[in-house]
Design a protein around this ligand. Structure first.
Ligand code: ADP
Ligand code: ASP
Ligand code: MG
Length: 419
């Protein structure tokens, strides 16, 4: 007897990677709710691989403890410490599944075959060998994998950078050829702005990979940037959704060339960076090259750069870096300052950045003008500007960021009641 198409579809077994962030596994009750959802997904006929973050703010607590015992926080030991958070969650989720009659087994990143380079605290994935995960699936188990961690080519335990469980989930989805990677979090999807900053932000049903990369790179921490890059490269369908309401959320998709793009889709804010200025720099070729080479060699990622017009053969170079890299950046600049005969190095960690992101802005004149006018009308001074073809960012005083995001959200017609 043949099967009708509906039966064929319902019998099709999809492989779904489900990643649960910190708040989603924040306490025993939340872990129970997660296990119930995984059990439901299985009952619907799917295979499931679970990836978990550390419970609640556990990682932050471990970092504070490390700070209390060591001023230098040796990166190898820090990684060993931080991976403990995800181990706790994976074992508890696995037990909760067992208690519901779902056979489950937990795996560390190393056991899951996630091989990284040796760059502790921000390791990059070099290879995936998820043989044990595949075997567990074939044996009818739900593998529960600790997010955010791997093992290096030197056989040391590494972490993938803050928010790195998203990368674990996408990398596993790619390696296992999963049908979808679902990122469960404490909001119902990707919004037109951080809903904690803009109460009238609205959920976006779809976001293009290009836009999501800009949103993630400029403060929208709902997805870690590297996970979005990885998903695009490997064609992994990404679905960001809530572990509180379980309703459908936001799909991250390739742009549809037949559709008109929104001029501005999202406004982001970011207070995680600081500004460094090297003043009185000789205005001649090779100076910037030397400065930024040294910063790169020290492992400092530089974001926005501004060089002022020179006067009397001297100029100023300002750039932004993650606050966590500020000490390294300022030490490096002070060494280079003496070598190149610059006057001074100053730092400022009281800055914030607002950005507007939209795939349609490349064909819409007037977007920059409206952004600057809106900031001006709200008495907000712009200190630095940078752009890509689908983003404009402005650096402001940190205490102006919230007002700036809300004003821009209204000015670009994104407020929820506009729709
Ligand atoms: P998880 O622990 O689940 O990984 P995160 O805290 O990393 O969660 O990311 C979810 C948070 O991202 C939300 O609580 C929200 O405040 C923040 N966020 C920032 N920008 C956005 C945005 N544009 N859309 C949705 N959430 C956003
Ligand atoms: N627990 C890690 C962090 O807080 C990784 C993650 O949650 O994705 O950064
Ligand atoms: Mg996260």
């Amino acid at each position: 007897m043949g099967l009708c198409p509906a039966q064929l579809i319902s019998r099709y077994m999809a492989l779904i990677v489900q990643k649960f962030g910190g708040t989603s596994v924040g306490d025993a009750e939340r872990i129970g709710a997660v296990a119930d959802h995984v059990a439901r997904t299985r009952e619907a006929g799917n295979e499931v691989v679970v990836v978990v973050s550390a419970m609640g703010k556990f990682t932050d607590g471990l970092i504070r403890l490390a700070d209390e015992v060591s001023p230098t926080r040796p990166p190898r030991e820090l990684d060993m410490l931080l991976t403990a958070g995800e181990r706790i969650s994976m074992a508890l989720v696995s037990m909760a599944l067992g208690a519901r009659g779902v056979e489950a087994a937990s795996f560390t990143g190393s056991q899951a075959g996630i091989i990284t380079n040796t760059d502790h605290t921000r390791a990059k994935i070099l290879a995936m060998h998820p043989d044990r995960i595949r075997e567990a699936l074939d044996a009818g188990f739900v593998p529960v994998v600790a997010g955010f961690q791997g093992v290096s080519t030197e056989k040391d335990i590494t972490t993938l950078g803050r928010g790195g469980s998203d990368v674990t989930a996408v990398a596993l989805a790619a390696a296992l050829h999963a049908d979808v990677c679902e990122i469960y979090t404490d909001v119902t999807g990707v919004f037109s702005a951080d809903p904690r900053v803009v109460s009238r932000a609205r959920r976006l049903a779809k976001v293009s990979f290009d836009e999501m990369m800009e949103i993630a790179a400029t403060g929208g921490r709902v997805l870690m940037l590297r996970s979005v890059e990885f998903a695009r490269r490997h064609g992994v369908p990404l679905h960001v959704r809530s572990s509180f309401t379980w309703e459908p959320g936001t799909w991250i998709v390739e742009e549809d060339p037949t559709m008109e793009e929104a001029v501005v889709s999202a406004i982001t804010d970011d207070k995680s960076e600081a500004k460094v200025t090297v003043g009185g720099v000789p205005d001649r070729p090779g100076i910037a090259a030397k400065l930024f080479r040294r910063l790169a060699d020290r492992g400092v990622n530089v974001d926005m750069i501004v060089q002022n017009t020179g006067a009397n053969g001297l100029t100023d170079i300002s750039f932004t870096v993650a606050k966590t890299d500020l000490v390294a950046a300022s030490e490096t600049c002070n060494i280079v300052k003496d070598e190149i005969g610059a006057a001074e190095v100053t730092t400022d960690d009281n800055i914030g950045r607002v950005s507007i992101v939209g795939a349609g802005m490349k064909s819409s004149p007037g977007v920059t003008a409206l952004m600057f006018e809106t900031l001006y009308e709200n008495g907000i001074n712009i200190e630095m500007i940078s752009t890509s073809s689908i983003r404009i960012s402005c650096v402001l005083r940190a205490d102006k960021v919230g007002d700036a995001v809300r004003a821009l959200h209204t000015a670009f017609g994104l407020d929820a009641d506009e729709f």
